[in-house]
Design a protein around this ligand. Structure first.
Ligand code: PEP
Ligand code: MG
Length: 885
């Protein structure tokens, strides 16, 4: 019989942390905490296999599950001494989702389940607090009706607000037991009116409804969107946890809170968290009441007056701090925790590896490695290479003038400039149209995910550091200021006001998520400095990796940026980008229009000195590092004007009749320019172009050598080769120019970017000193998929599961990867020492970098801002490789 239900509690558990796939993250960690002796309310987990089976069978539960739930309930009853549905001593439970990967706020939860008109009286007697019992019941009715019965919670909140108004109350805590009693009757009436039947009173029926709803929420729209954005397969399913309730709302000695064992924003080794006295967990996450800090230190730092937990509940705080140490020691990583204090007793409700900003990830990894808690290799594996991107971008220039308009919590670091929008739909629409937007909301909820993704930064008026906005923004690496309490947002008018000023939709603001400040207008930014923990992790990565890291760059600025980020050479300098510059375009056009070789040569002679200076500028920066310079690649017609107006103005500029220009542009036009007269095919047709380029390169190398005493070894690269013969012909011509110039050290190699080149790599290697895999074209030609047009339908392919990811972003290892492997083997068989690298966009993608490492390439080349990412990804590839061998 399949086991569908796993119990935990009372110092033991049937599961453990290694069973995350089956029990979900929450279930696995509850089991683990229970078995290491932490105080966990007893419960059971319905496995993720239940969810998968349920959907596979057309929403029917597997056989045997019901009986196992009955046993699970008996287990909780035994440990708590309470009985589910019993009028005198009722057991109440929570029902929570918990998938393998954390999906914060995306799925449903029901608390206080088991309450009805009778058990609420039992709870009142047992607790000696009727008000508490009724408060719990009204929460249950609202939540259950909303989540399970589909009656929107606003209906209940309106009734509550009206009741408070009539009584002259400001806060829920002013409500008396009698008040709650009245409100509950009205709540039940709302449910009955909406559904035509009474609110369910039977505890088993309630439980079944909640379990259905939580499994059902795996397929709700926001969960589906979240999975798509985070690459979580639908087939994983969610587990469901049913657990005895403990109450943070049982008076002034009760509380509920969330905490991190280190600061998730900065990584500082300080406890970090928030709690609310006399409240349930949902109150903290929903941002309805502003929570108090956990530690005295944080309270003082934030200028708060309400006492911290350390001050208000010193004894329980002490236990909590001990638990933090125990949990970090056990999991060897920063933990994100939920806890409840019920009448002075601490209960742990959740622990998981805490999400953190890139900055915090670096600091925590370095601190833990230096303290000997983890190894350097583990530290390197703890940092997501792509997250480094967050640190490579500009921050506010400290000297720039600024006009602060609002202040909130520094919920997610980074700075951004954009126009204010007030709705997530609008944020999405405007961002698709190319605008940079700042999403301003009273608070965010899971329905805002698409807008939060589209926004450059997020500002909320309500909510703490663990509010939805803060948690989700940190996960996305988007700057966020939460709880900017002074701003008053008027959604209808499309504006917010603060201290007598009004900011309207479309106005530009600057957000600094590191300080929690919002400024009017655009504040000047500065480039980041990669020092401290960042530099340390990069050094460790360099020690661990075996792959070389080069860059794709052709302007001195880009080259310098890449060198500053640690590039060890240029892997691709696309020379065609140099021809597009205005001052050489006219000469280049003259060259294309020339009727004969002599005309072309005279135009090229004008371009030569300019090209030479371009190369010299780069070689000066590169010192002794290798530079791969690729000869001209794109089709000639790209250089000619196309619209009538452009043709006329260009004709005037270069002094030829407009008709002539138009005729030539038409002549050169191709049906499939991507497969046309480009790359080495141009070199074959017009030898003088590549000859001019080779001359410019060799001359530049010589002049820089004279000037500085050293110059890079140049690696001349021929694009779009499909046969050995092409390379043989072009190489001979370049060698002849080298001879003529008296060139310094150089080698000649080729791009492998066509399937035929990959297959014939053996013959090609006879004439090449190196191969550089051009995986942009190789992906295009292997799939027969146009690079320029595939974006229109590839999302359908990803959605249908035909390809896992866009193959232009992450290498198609099965197909394109196979060709690379074949080429590498065949090339090496002919020339064992042949150097190999990759220079397609994939050179900056961690999964593709791992493939390059495993295939034994010598280097990857990527755009400048990807260099640090590639350094770390290459280190991770080496570490995982070592672990396997
Ligand atoms: C490639 O095809 O992968 C490549 C690097 O060249 P380009 O993108 O310039 O065609
Ligand atoms: Mg290419």
């Amino acid at each position: 019989m399949t086991k569908w239900v796993y119990n935990f509690g009372g110092g033991t558990a049937e599961g453990d942390t290694s069973m995350k796939n089956l029990l979900g993250g929450k279930g696995a960690n509850l089991a683990e905490m229970a078995s290491i002796g932490l105080p966990v309310p007893p419960g059971f987990t319905l496995t993720a296999d239940v969810c998968t089976t349920y959907y596979e069978n057309g929403e029917v539960y597997p056989d045997g599950m019901d009986a196992q739930i009955v046993d699970g309930l008996a287990h909780i009853e035994k440990l708590t001494g309470k009985t589910f549905g019993d009028a005198h001593n009722p057991l109440l439970v929570s029902v929570r989702s918990g998938a393998r990967a954390s999906m914060p706020g995306m799925m449903d939860t029901v608390l206080n389940l088991g309450l009805n008109d009778e058990t609420v009286e039992g709870l009142a007697k047992l607790s000696g607090d009727r008000r508490f019992a009724l408060d719990s019941y009204r929460r249950f009715i609202t939540m259950y009706s909303d989540v399970v019965l589909g009656v929107h919670h606003h209906a209940y909140e309106d009734v509550l607000e009206m009741h408070k108004d009539t009584q002259g109350y400001m806060l829920d805590t002013e409500m008396t037991a009698e008040d709650w009693g009245t409100v509950i009757e009205e709540f039940k009436a709302i449910t009955k009116r909406a559904l035509g039947r009474d609110f369910p009173q039977d505890a088993r029926e309630q439980l079944q409804g909640a379990v259905d709803a939580v499994f059902g929420s795996w397929m709700n729209d926001r969960a589906v969107v979240y999975r798509r954005l985070n690459d979580i397969p639908a087939a994983w399913g969610t587990a469901v946890n049913v657990q005895a309730m403990v109450f943070g709302n049982m008076g002034e000695t009760s509380a509920t809170g969330v905490a991190f064992t280190r600061d998730p924003s900065t990584g500082a080794n300080e406890y970090y968290g928030e709690f609310l006295i006399n409240a349930q967990g949902e109150d903290v996450v929903a941002g309805i009441r502003t929570p108090q800090t956990l530690t005295k230190h944080a309270r003082i730092e934030m200028g708060e007056t309400a006492p911290s937990m350390e001050e208000a509940m010193p004894e329980v705080y002490g236990q909590l701090a001990e638990t933090f140490v125990k949990l970090e020691g056990h999991y060897r990583d920063m933990q994100d925790i939920e806890f409840t204090v019920e009448q002075g007793k601490l209960w742990m409700l959740q622990t998981r590896t805490g999400k953190r900003t890139a900055r915090a990830a670096l600091k925590i990894a370095v601190d833990m490695a230096e303290a000997g808690q983890i190894t350097k290799d583990e530290a390197l594996m703890r940092v997501d290479p792509l997250s480094l991107d967050q640190l490579l971008h500009p921050t506010l220039n400290p000297d720039a003038p600024r006009d602060i308009i609002a202040m909130g919590l520094p919920a997610s670091p980074g700075a951004a400039i954009g126009e204010v929008v007030f709705s997530s739909d609008e944020a999405e629409t405007l961002s698709k149209a190319g605008h940079k937007v700042i999403l301003v909301r009273i608070e965010t909820s899971p329905e805002d995910i698409h807008g939060m993704h589209a926004a450059e930064a997020i500002v909320t008026a309500r909510g703490g550091m663990t509010s939805h906005a803060a948690v989700v923004a940190r996960g996305m690496g988007t700057p966020c200021v939460s709880g900017a309490g002074q701003i008053r947002i008027d959604y209808a008018a499309g504006e917010f006001s603060v201290a007598g000023r009004t900011v309207k939709k479309g106005d530009i603001v600057t957000v600094d998520g590191a300080t929690g400040q919002v400024f009017a207008g655009a504040v000047d930014m500065v480039q980041p400095e990669l020092s401290g923990d960042f530099a340390k992790v990069m050094d460790w990565a360099d020690e661990a990796r075996t792959l070389g890291i080069r860059t794709n760059a052709e302007t001195p600025l880009d080259v310098q940026t890449a060198i500053d980020f640690g590039a060890e050479g240029i892997g691709l300098c696309r020379t065609e980008h140099m021809f597009f510059e205005a001052d050489r375009l006219a000469n280049f056009r003259e060259m294309i229009l020339a009727e004969d070789k002599a005309g072309r040569e005279s135009a090229l002679a004008k371009i030569l000195p300019v090209q030479q200076e371009d190369f010299a500028a780069i070689f000066r920066i590169m010192g002794g590092l290798p530079c791969t310079v690729r000869l001209l690649d794109p089709p000639l017609h790209e250089f000619l004007p196309h619209t009538e107006k452009d043709i006329e103005s260009v004709a005037k500029e270069i002094g030829v009749p407009a008709g002539e220009l138009m005729r030539r542009a038409r002549e050169l036009e191709e049906s499939n320019p991507m497969l046309g007269h480009r790359g080495c095919r141009l070199g074959i047709s017009y030898p003088e172009i590549y000859e001019m380029q080779a001359r410019a390169i060799f001359e530049a190398q010589k002049s820089v050598n004279t000037e500085k005493g050293s110059a890079p070894v140049v690696e001349i690269m021929i694009p779009l080769v499909s046969s050995a013969k092409e390379l043989e012909i072009l190489k001979a011509r370049i060698d002849a120019i080298a001879e003529d110039v008296g060139a310094l050290d150089y080698i000649i190699g080729t791009m492998i970017e066509l399937p035929r080149a990959a297959l014939r790599a053996g013959d090609i290697a006879e004439h090449a000193e190196f191969f550089s895999f051009g995986t942009n074209d190789l992906t295009q030609t292997t799939f027969g998929l146009s690079r320029d047009d595939a974006g229109r339908f590839l999302p359908d392919y990803v959605a249908a599961g035909i390809v896992e990811k866009d193959p232009f972003v992450s290498l198609d290892i099965d197909g394109v990867g196979d060709l690379i492997q074949i080429a590498a083997e065949r090339g090496k068989a002919v020339k064992s020492g042949i150097k190999m690298g990759i220079c397609g966009e994939h050179g900056g993608d961690p999964a593709s970098i791992k493939f390059c490492h495993d295939t034994g390439l010598n280097y990857v080349s990527c755009s400048p801002y990807r260099v640090p990412i590639a350094r770390l990804a290459a280190a991770q590839a080496a570490i995982t490789g070592n672990l396997k061998s």
